[in-house]
Design a binder for this molecule. Structure first.
Ligand code: KIV
Ligand code: ZN
Length: 497
C-alpha cells in the first residue's frame, strides 16, 4: 500500500463554522495561500449553497490557488451540487464533496428515511456530481456510529457509482481509537473494489480523541486525513493538522509521509488564530505557547544538558525559533545560570550558590521571573526601574469615533509623549509607542484573558514581539485591559531597548 497520506484541510469549512471565526473572502485567500505554502493536498473552501458569501469565497479561492485541489461541500441534493460545480468553475483541480447521514440516528430522526433509500440517495448524488467533475468525495455522515455491515454496503455502492474518495466521519467524536481503526480495517477487508477509492478520516474531538482516531484510521488503511489548523471546528473541534503531520514525521516506524513543510506550521497556526480571533490554548500540542517551554528544575537541567532529554520535536522543525526555559520557584541552578548567561552575567559557582536562595524567595513572590528581576538580583539595589515605563495613557474610543491614544512614557530618563490613531485603542497606543521608539517592532502574539469572566475582572495580557529576528515576551494584568495591553507591550519592549 502507498505510504503517502494526503492532508485534506477543512479550516475554511468545518473550522470556519465556529461562531466568531467567520472570515471575509480576502482573509480566506490569505489562509488558503498559507495552506498551499504549507503543502496541504486538498483545501475544503466552503459550502457554496449555504450563503452567497461562501459561494464567492469558493470562486475566489479557486482562482487564487494553483496546487492543492479545491473542494466544495454539498448535501446529497442536486441543487447543492449544481451550485458547488458553478463555484468551482475556475479551480485548476477540483472536487465535489457530497454525502448523507448513515447512522441509525441520522436515518430515523434527521432524514426520516430507511437504509435502502439512503443507499439510493447516496448513489444518485455521486452519479450527479460525476457529471460535473471526475474527483468526487462521498461522506457517510456519523459513520462513527454507523453499523459496520451497513456502512460497507454504502461505501461499496458509492465506489461503484464513481466516488474517488470515501470519507468516514466520526461526526460526534464518539469512537475509541481501537474501534475507529477496526471500522476502517473492516471496510478495507470487506468492500469490493475498495482500492479504487482513497479512504478518508474526518474525526471530531468531543472526547479528545480526534487525532488518535485519525492515526488509528491511517494505520488501518486510510490514506487521507481531514484536519484543521489548531484543531478548530464544530464544538470541541476537528483533528488538528499540526498533530497529524508531526506524529507521522516523528514516528518513522509508521513508514508514512505527508507533503507538509513542517517549518511553516507555527506561522500558519498564528495566522489562523489571529484572523479567526481564536487564541491557541497555551498547552496545545505542537503550537501552544508552552509546547516548548520548560519550567520544572529537573526538566530544565535535562534540556540544558541535551534538548532530546525532554523534547521529542526540535522546535525549529515546526518553525519555533527555540525552546524556552521559564524561571519559576521550581527552577534549579542550571536554569538560573543559563538565563543569567543570556543576559551577559557569568556568575561563579560560589556567586550562584549565594544568589540562588534569593532567587527562590523572589520567585515565590513574583511567580514568573522577568529579566529585570534577574538584573536586580545580580547587583541592583532593588529599586532598578525598567528603561521604558508607562507614565500616563489616555484613549478615545467608541462606536462613532476613530480610536486614538496619547501615551506618555519615561524612556532612558526622558519623558516622551506621542498620539496616534488606529483600528482600536490598543492598536493606537502601540502605534504611539512605536513612534516614540522609532524602531521596528512586530507583534507576534497578543492574548487577553479574563480570570473569572466577571465584568470587574482583572485582564491578563500576554504579548510576544519580534525585534531583529528575536522574540521577546511581555506580561501584565490590570482591571483596565487597555492599560494591561500597553504595559505588557512595554514589558516586552523593555527587554531589548
Ligand atoms: O463531521 C462531519 O460529518 C462533516 C461532514 C459534512 C463531512 O463535517
Ligand atoms: Zn465535520
Amino acid at each position: 500500500m502507498d505510504n503517502r497520506v494526503y492532508i485534506f484541510d477543512t479550516t475554511l469549512r468545518d473550522g470556519e463554522q465556529v461562531p466568531g471565526c467567520q472570515l471575509n473572502t480576502i482573509e480566506k485567500i490569505e489562509v488558503a495561500k498559507a495552506l498551499e505554502a504549507l503543502g496541504v493536498d486538498v483545501i475544503e473552501a466552503g459550502f457554496p449553497v449555504s450563503s452567497p458569501g461562501d459561494f464567492i469565497s469558493v470562486v475566489e479561492l479557486s482562482k487564487a490557488i494553483q496546487q492543492p485541489v479545491i473542494c466544495a461541500l454539498t448535501r446529497a441534493v442536486e441543487k447543492d451540487i449544481d451550485v458547488a460545480a458553478e463555484a468551482l468553475q475556475y479551480a485548476k483541480r477540483k472536487r465535489i464533496h457530497t454525502g448523507i447521514g448513515t447512522s441509525f440516528y441520522h436515518i430515523k430522526y434527521k432524514l426520516n428515511s430507511n437504509e435502502d433509500e439512503i443507499v439510493e440517495r447516496a448513489v444518485r448524488a455521486v452519479r450527479y456530481a460525476k457529471k460535473y467533475v471526475e474527483d468526487v468525495e462521498f461522506y457517510a455522515e456519523d459513520a462513527g456510529r454507523t453499523d459496520n455491515q451497513y456502512l460497507a454496503r454504502v461505501v461499496e455502492a458509492v465506489i461503484k457509482a464513481g466516488a474517488t474518495v470515501v470519507n468516514i466521519p466520526d461526526t460526534t467524536g464518539y469512537c475509541l481509537p481501537y474501534d475507529y481503526g477496526e471500522k476502517i480495517k473492516f471496510l478495507m477487508e470487506n468492500v469490493k473494489d475498495i482500492d479504487k477509492a482513497v479512504i478518508s478520516t474526518h474525526c471530531h474531538n468531543d472526547l479528545g480523541m480526534a487525532t488518535a482516531n485519525s492515526i488509528s484510521g491511517v494505520i488501518n488503511g486510510a490514506r487521507q486525513v481531514e484536519t484543521t489548523i489548531n484543531g478548530i471546528g464544530e464544538r470541541a473541534g476537528n483533528t488538528s493538522l499540526e498533530e497529524v503531520a508531526m506524529i507521522i514525521k516523528s514516528h518513522s516506524g509508521l513508514d508514512l509521509e505527508t507533503g507538509i513543510d513542517s517549518r511553516k506550521i507555527f506561522s500558519t497556526s498564528r495566522l489562523v488564530s489571529s484572523l479567526m480571533n481564536m487564541p491557541v490554548q497555551p498547552n496545545k500540542a505542537i503550537v501552544g505557547r508552552n509546547a516548548f517551554a520548560h519550567s520544572s528544575g529537573i526538566h530544565q537541567d535535562g534540556v540544558l544538558k541535551n534538548r532530546e532529554n525532554y523534547e521529542i520535536i526540535d522546535p525549529k522543525d515546526v518553525g519555533v525559533s527555540q525552546s524556552s526555559i521559564v524561571l519559576t520557584a521550581r527552577s534549579g541552578r542550571a536554569a538560573l545560570k543559563h538565563r543569567l548567561s543570556l543576559l551577559g552575567f557569568k556568575p561563579s559557582k560560589a556567586e550562584l550558590d549565594k544568589i540562588y536562595p534569593k532567587f527562590l524567595i523572589m520567585a515565590d513572590k513574583n511567580k514568573n521571573i522577568k529579566d529585570e528581576d534577574l538584573q536586580t538580583l545580580m547587583g541592583g539595589n532593588g529599586s532598578e526601574e525598567k528603561r521604558i515605563q508607562l507614565v500616563s495613557l489616555q484613549v478615545v474610543c467608541g462606536s462613532n469615533t476613530i480610536p486614538s491614544a496619547t501615551v506618555k512614557v519615561r524612556y532612558n530618563d526622558e519623558m516622551f509623549t506621542e498620539s496616534a490613531s488606529g483600528n482600536g485603542p490598543v492598536d493606537a497606543a502601540f502605534t504611539a509607542i512605536k513612534q516614540i521608539l522609532k524602531r521596528k517592532v512586530r507583534l507576534e502574539e497578543f492574548l487577553i484573558q479574563a480570570i473569572t469572566q466577571g465584568s470587574d475582572d482583572v485582564g491578563k495580557v500576554h504579548i510576544q514581539v519580534e525585534n531583529r529576528g528575536k522574540l521577546y515576551y511581555g506580561f501584565s494584568a490590570h482591571t483596565d485591559i487597555i492599560t494591561a495591553s500597553v504595559e505588557a507591550y512595554l514589558d516586552a519592549i523593555s527587554k531589548f531597548v
